[in-house]
Design a protein around this ligand. Structure first.
Ligand code: SF4
Ligand code: SF4
Ligand code: SF4
Length: 293
């Protein structure tokens, strides 16, 4: 077996298999979106190197299984030329996941795919003491489990009722999945403690009496799936994608400096003084702690 180029070996896109003579190659596909040419290209590369199938992963990447480890350098070059380079799975920032967001989903509060690409460009593959998974959801429905990632980003919006004009028809009550709206004395009343800022009631009102305000991104830290799934802690909310990128940059630097290897990020947040990080972010990004209105 030929030795792999050290840069290739150091990246997590090459995964050993149960069969020691074969490897799986993972690709880098932010938000799991690729062009039709890239899709065809992956099929051609898989065929060229003897794979008779590909595998779609939970992190929205494509893997090429059962490849010859002696040909990794050629495979990596071909994948790079296809615009779908080697991926990551070690202690680094791995493939960034996003739901369709405003590109397609009628429930979305924020754009997600462009944000995933921008984060990928800045942070993908960054070497860290721990693995960092990032997931972006366009609304609190969280179809892609943003709550269970080391960094979760969720688009939210605040529904504001127009006083005096509500007919009490109950449509927004029907659409609210949090039982946050009730009809009292012929008009709807919002329980702010139950509202998760999903915004689903806004478009439901047949008289357009619910305004959308305070569109923002809630950023959570330290979530994990696996053996002991844990929901991430609320870190901060910010109102622009540029601020999301700024917060993620600070968080990744903080993880680089303060986390310890061989443990999940979510297990060491208190030792790393996450409250201090939150306070520093609030000073810099000026948005206050993430809370319901
Ligand atoms: S998380 Fe929300 S915006 Fe994203 S796909 Fe699901 S429902 Fe749509
Ligand atoms: S924004 Fe709040 S009130 Fe409206 S549907 Fe969502 S949870 Fe219910
Ligand atoms: S849907 Fe509109 S009119 Fe009907 S109860 Fe809700 S806010 Fe009032």
């Amino acid at each position: 077996m030929q030795p792999m180029d050290s840069r290739t070996q150091a990246r997590g896109g090459v995964i050993t298999q149960a069969d020691p003579d074969r490897v799986t190659v993972r690709t880098r596909l932010p938000a799991g979106v690729l062009t039709l040419d890239q899709l065809r290209g992956i099929g051609e590369i898989a065929e060229r190197y003897g794979a008779d199938q590909v595998h779609l992963t939970t992190r929205q990447t494509i893997e090429l299984p059962h490849l010859d480890p002696d040909r990794i350098e050629e495979i990596a070059r071909d994948l790079e030329a296809n615009g779908t380079p080697l991926g990551a799975e070690r202690h680094e920032v791995v493939n960034i996941v996003a739901c369709p967001g405003t590109d397609r989903c009628k429930y979305a509060n924020v754009e997600t795919i462009g944000l995933a690409r921008a984060l990928d460009e800045r942070f993908f593959g960054k070497d860290l003491p721990v693995k960092v998974r990032i997931s972006i959801a366009g609304c609190p429905n969280g179809c892609n489990n943003a709550l269970l990632n080391e960094i979760g980003i969720i688009g939210r919006i605040r529904p504001v009722r127009t006083p005096g004009l509500c007919t009490g028809c109950g449509t927004c009550v029907h659409y609210c999945r949090e039982q946050a709206v009730t009809i009292r004395n012929g008009a709807c009343v919002l329980d702010e403690n139950r509202c998760d800022l999903c915004g689903m009631c806004i478009q439901s009102c047949p008289y357009s009496l619910i305004r959308a305000e305070d569109r923002h991104y809630l950023i959570l830290i330290g979530g994990r799936s696996g053996r002991h799934p844990t929901i991430g802690r609320e870190l901060i909310r910010v109102d622009t994608p540029e601020k999301v990128i700024g917060v993620v940059e600070r968080v990744i630097y903080w993880v680089y400096r303060k986390s310890r290897a061989n443990r999940l990020l979510g297990e060491q947040l208190d030792e790393m003084d996450v409250d201090r990080l939150r306070a520093d972010l609030e000073k810099e990004f000026g948005s206050g702690p993430a809370q319901a209105p």
